[in-house]
Design a protein around this ligand. Structure first.
Ligand SMILES: C[S@@+](CC[C@H](N)C(=O)[O-])C[C@H]1O[C@@H](n2cnc3c(N)ncnc32)[C@H](O)[C@@H]1O
Length: 236
């Protein structure tokens, strides 16, 4: 059951901690466990499987990529089918470990880290069109007004956009109060609840995506706690 409360975006504690702060490091380890519990990789792969085969991606960009662990898990599963992908990891913090980059190279992908605020990055004129831009647990950080700007700029730069975010539902709220059972520390326990209040339901993200006949969009529940948005550009 979806919560009837409106979206409430509040600062998350992890965003206020320095990269090397032990509380931030603990929270990022918590996130890796939470992604496994939420089956984020399967949800991401399910969305990517919907991309028409003729356009198998050569360039991927993850925004708000954190430590790059989701990209690495994706690469490990996909590299045989999607060889030689240029994999770019954008986050305002530079926290992708050298061994993560090395493992991406080992599977044949070419990683690049962009340590920038996403809005600063989007403000740089750039003719690149990515095959896929995706995000997990990132889009909910932003107000609707910010998302209109962000999604509009992302749409101009990609063929596919996908995000997997918290669902603003009663079940997700219950789950967020139980992350301690997965060993989550105080930062994650706070941010998990906050994230659900800032999460999405219904067609909220579709309403923020630029209106155009050029896109096939879908917005859907995934797993127990996630809310996804997928936009695929129509090929002419
Ligand atoms: C909740 S964490 C999620 C990290 C990763 N996507 C995951 O699912 O584990 C949100 C990430 O967004 C980054 N972030 C927050 N605001 C940002 C911004 N304006 N531009 C770029 N990165 C940002 C933070 O540094 C953090 O790594």
């Amino acid at each position: 059951m979806d919560l009837t409360l409106p979206r409430r975006v509040a600062p998350e504690l992890l965003d206020e901690l320095a990269a090397g702060d032990p509380r931030a490091q603990r929270s990022r380890a918590d996130l890796r466990r939470i992604h496994r519990a939420m089956a984020t990789l399967s949800i991401l792969e399910g969305a990517l499987d919907r991309i028409p085969v003729a356009s198998a991606p050569r360039s991927l960009l993850e925004i708000g990529a954190g430590d790059g662990s989701l990209m690495l898990r994706l690469a490990t599963r996909r590299a045989a089918r999607w060889p030689a992908v240029r994999a770019t990891l954008l986050d305002r913090l530079n926290i992708v470990a050298p061994h993560t980059l090395e493992r991406l190279r080992q599977v044949g992908w070419t990683p690049r880290v962009v340590a920038m605020d996403v809005f600063d990055w989007l403000a740089i004129p750039d003719g690149t069109r990515w095959d896929v831009i995706y995000a997990s647990l990132f889009i909910h950080h932003f107000s609707s007004a910010e998302l209109v700007r962000m999604l509009g700029a992302l749409a101009a730069r990609t063929r596919v956009f996908f995000c997997c975010e918290p669902r603003r539902s009663a079940l997700a709220l219950l789950g967020s109060h139980l992350v301690a059972l997965l060993g989550a520390g105080p930062v994650t326990r706070h941010d998990a609840v906050s994230s659900v209040h800032a999460g999405f339901q219904g067609r909220e993200l579709s309403a923020l995506w630029p209106e155009s006949r050029d896109w096939v969009v879908d917005e859907y529940k995934a797993g127990l706690f996630s809310h996804c948005f997928l936009a695929i550009r129509k090929e002419r």
